[in-house]
Design a protein around this ligand. Sequence first.
Ligand code: NAD
Ligand code: ZN
Length: 257
Amino acid sequence: MSEVVPPEDLSSAARLIKEHSGKVLAFTGAGVSAEAGIPTFRGKDGLWNRYRPEELATPRAFESNPKRVWEWYKWRMSIIARAEPTWAHKVMADWERKGVLMGVVTQNVDGLHQRAGSRLVIELHGSIWRTRCTVCGRRFDLGFGNIPEEDLPRCRECGGLLRPDVVWFEEPVPMDQFERAERLFSEAEVILIVGTSGVVMPAALLPINAARQGKILVEVNPEETNLSSLATIRLRGPAGEIFRELARLVEEDLSWR
Ligand code: NAD
Ligand code: ZN
């Protein structure tokens, strides 16, 4: 891997993480789960190369064809249910336990951060493992890996149609989650931006504003993104491999400093 990422970039990133220990925050997107076998939306092999988002992940799509939208979600759930957290998820959880990382703000809906042991996980776009009643608004936790059997799952309280409790295109991000994320960002000094294309708003405003406030951004992504120009260090490669290497460097005695 060090053939791809200059080793000095990896050690600079590791040094930053150590120096700002306790003030490091991770901001993640679909790419952090790509090595777990979960397709991303954009980028090479992204889901949208095969499906049209406006036909599946919008309130209008669900109104006109809920069965089709549920089918797509159940297909995605079946992929996620088989997935294991990657090194990136695991290292983030470990760093949180050790007081290095404050927590994770994620755009993902897969639940892999929690599965890896992360405790402070802000889910800006909801969770695929939770449903919400379209009539009474009640939320139901399914638990990781539990896929509804019915074609059209119904609310056990009022019989209303259930939908995945995720944020679709054209829908607002839950205000409480966004505000919690903003607070964490304001306390952080170093932001690790991992596996996100940085085009989904308002989520992308969090790192954009952080950069404006002079915070240090480290990007982990095999491809150039919307946020690349804001990052002090860009680690080009798969998140799992990069985090495995970073974990080793952060653990090492910093005598080489
Ligand atoms: P995105 O699909 O727009 O972008 C994915 C990014 O990941 C790209 O920049 C790509 O270069 C990068 N990437 C690909 N493989 C990688 C790897 N191995 N390591 C690091 N980076 C890698 O994703 P987004 O920015 O999160 O925005 C899309 C929306 O899609 C989000 O709102 C999210 O809710 C949803 N989504 C979630 C999941 C999930 O929960 N796993 C999966 C697909 C989409
Ligand atoms: Zn209901």
